[in-house]
Design a protein around this ligand. Sequence first.
Ligand code: ATP
Ligand code: MG
Length: 265
Amino acid sequence: MELPASGTAQTIDDGKPILELHKICKYFGGVHALEDVDLALYPNEVLAIVGDNGAGKSTLIKTISGAHRPDSGEIYFQGRKVEISNPRVARQLGIETVYQDLALVNTLDVPENIFLGRTPTRLRWFVDKKKMFAQTREILERLNIKIPFLRDPVQNMSGGQRQALALGRAVAWGGRIVILDEPTAALGVREKSNVLTLIKQLKAHGVAIVVISHNMRDVFDVSDRIVVLRGGKNVASRPKEETSMDEIVKLITGALESVDIAHQD
Ligand SMILES: Nc1ncnc2c1ncn2[C@@H]1O[C@H](COP(=O)(O)OP(=O)(O)OP(=O)(O)O)[C@@H](O)[C@H]1O
Ligand SMILES: [Mg+2]
């Protein structure tokens, strides 16, 4: 299988959202995990989703990545109503998700992980390792990801390298939207900084990024806009320049009610 020519998004930025959620609701038994959530994601932006434990962040991104079906509400992709009924549909739309556990296969090497489920074949049944290797190197170079030993199983790699590899894989297949759930939670200082740099590079490649994080410094470093979930509701959406860590923390805890509806999506 050939990689897309550019390997990354070719989204036309016409000022309209690439993805829109309208009144998304999700129940788990009696728990109202998401309540009438509206959300807009624009091309070339990093959108941070913040909120306390149990606020609904992971549930929200799982409705976008096809892991959960919402009980009600609508999702629009480039203005067109879509039913993201499973993760395959999300990937076909160009929505790639990097979960906390990264879903890498530890015993496989780097090219095998990049091509997981998409292995190129020669003469139908022979896996074309040479091609996989060359394309993997090209992807990593394009994104400036430094992994010295591509033939090693990924279990020998550091947390930051694994995160970078998962990000590389997400965009290698033409991801237009990349969703990251707590990408820096388990990383050291330098690795964290590398992943944040990589997120900025993806944005420069035209990818829209949704990032969940509890780390306010990372959120303010990397994002353009911040959405706050509380008790399953979207209580605020703020351009980073128009808010502060103090305000966001108060919105998360409920010490500050969002009265400024003008900022809402
Ligand atoms: N599969 C599930 N079954 C039942 N309840 C669930 C399920 N997934 C989430 N919930 C509930 O939905 C609510 C939102 O959970 P969610 O995982 O989205 O929170 P979160 O904001 O990601 O929290 P955290 O910061 O701890 O990861 C919680 O009350 C949680 O217990
Ligand atoms: Mg979560």
